[in-house]
Design a binder for this molecule. Structure first.
Ligand SMILES: Nc1nc2c(c(=O)[nH]1)N[C@H]1C(S)=C(S)[C@@H](COP(=O)(O)O)O[C@H]1N2
Ligand SMILES: [Mo]
Length: 374
């Protein structure tokens, strides 16, 4: 190794590494939004370490290019580059700030939503930037051993910083210290309906008229069911109820309970004792066809999400939280409780349980646009 070894890699290697880092950050960032089980925790670690490495890479890059930016020399291409630099810095800063317990009140959204928003804009701006300025690094430069050492150093520093941050948060006792592995912080556990009411995008229906409401079980089942609120074992003290099934014998469904943790991607979690009925009991009553594989839960608003049949059986359709009837904001008369799934999958104001063979892809759109039509 040359004695004057400099940690900073050549310009094109920095640029190429930034591109790789953004791809990794985008992939892990999006994956993290659907990761709710501890086994998916590594996704958050990779995201954090890549983010910290990006801080170093971006600092090198900005130091190198800053002299090019003077108000006189600002053409469209450079304005684009400046915007990219600002948005990327913003995405990194909001991420770091979140980890150290930062908060921001943006109406229905918070700091983590801002981080996600900025993070999604970066790849778009970067694509434009690359069209204007892209140049491949030479292969010898990429394969150079000193550059490999530099990568190792940058990633190692990122990993160390990520580890150290946990200790720092704990020692300083910042609000960041009580984060789950998903980054979410506790809010309103065991407090009945007193925890945040969140809509992912714009869903905000009028309260559901319980007298007109029915829960319908449809699709690939032997017997479709339509249950009124009165036909559910949801009142206080009721433990089971008979569900009529056309010309088959009535099925009985018992009241069921489950303790489960709702973890919203906007950065909070809340753990409660939920009461309602097991989806499995409902499915037993309806008798899914042989080829049934998915169960879709649909809201009165059109918002919907599917779970694989086996997992759905173990989910709960809740009418109560910590012993109290569910409030309208939390999805009355009935909401899905899907343990291990992120909050946006816990469909509120459920009115239909549809058994399907294949997953309906429309739901991937519906969770974003539901409620936007007013
Ligand atoms: N119908 C419907 N269900 C929904 C949502 C929504 O916008 N519409 N938001 C989801 C999101 S993002 C979360 S985090 C949880 C929040 O539940 P809560 O408002 O009871 O806390 O509900 C989920 N269920
Ligand atoms: Mo959410």
């Amino acid at each position: 190794m040359a004695p004057e070894f400099d940690l900073e890699p050549p310009p094109r290697v920095v640029d190429g590494s930034l591109l790789v880092a953004v791809v990794v950050l985008l992939a892990t960032g999006i994956t993290s939004l659907v990761s709710g089980r501890p086994s998916g925790g590594w996704v958050f670690d990779v995201h954090a370490v890549a983010g910290l490495a990006t801080v170093v890479l971006l600092a090198w890059k900005l130091r190198r290019v800053r002299h090019r930016i003077s108000p006189g020399a600002l053409d469209a291409t450079r304005a684009m580059s400046v915007l990219l630099g600002v948005v990327t810095t913003g995405a990194l800063a909001t991420g770091v700030w979140w980890v150290f317990g930062g908060r921001l009140d943006l109406g229905p959204w918070g700091l983590l939503n801002l981080h996600i928003g900025l993070g999604l804009v970066v790849p778009v701006l970067l694509a434009v930037h690359l069209r204007q300025r892209f140049a491949l690094p030479r292969r010898e430069t990429v394969a150079d051993r000193r550059n490999a050492l530099r990568y190792g150093a940058v990633l190692g520093a990122g990993a160390l910083a990520w580890r150290a941050q946990e200790t720092t948060s704990r020692v300083l006792d910042t609000a960041g210290a009580d984060r789950r592995f998903t980054g979410s912080r506790e809010d309103g556990s065991d407090a009945g309906n007193d925890f945040p009411v969140t809509s992912w995008v714009a869903d905000d229906p009028d309260p559901v008229d319980v007298d007109a409401w029915t829960l319908d079980v449809t699709g690939h089942v032997d017997t479709s069911l339509s249950l009124s609120a009165a036909a559910l074992p949801v009142g206080e003290g009721e433990s089971e109820t008979a569900i009529s099934r056309g010309d088959r014998d009535p099925a009985s469904v018992e009241a069921a309970g489950k303790r489960a943790l709702l973890d919203c991607t906007s950065g909070w979690y809340s753990e409660h004792d939920w009461g309602g009925i097991r989806v499995g009991d409902l499915l037993d009553a309806a008798a899914p066809d042989e080829d049934a594989a998915w169960v879709q839960f649909q809201s009165v608003t059109g918002y919907r999400w599917s779970l694989p049949l086996g997992e759905a059986r173990d989910a709960l359709l809740a009418t109560r939280v910590d012993g109290d009837p569910l409030s309208h904001g939390h999805g009355a008369p009935m909401r899905l409780v899907a343990p291990g799934r992120r909050g946006f999958q816990w469909v509120k104001w459920v009115e239909e349980v549809r058994v399907t063979r294949r997953r309906g892809l429309g739901e991937l759109v519906a969770v974003f646009v539901s409620g936007l039509d007013g």
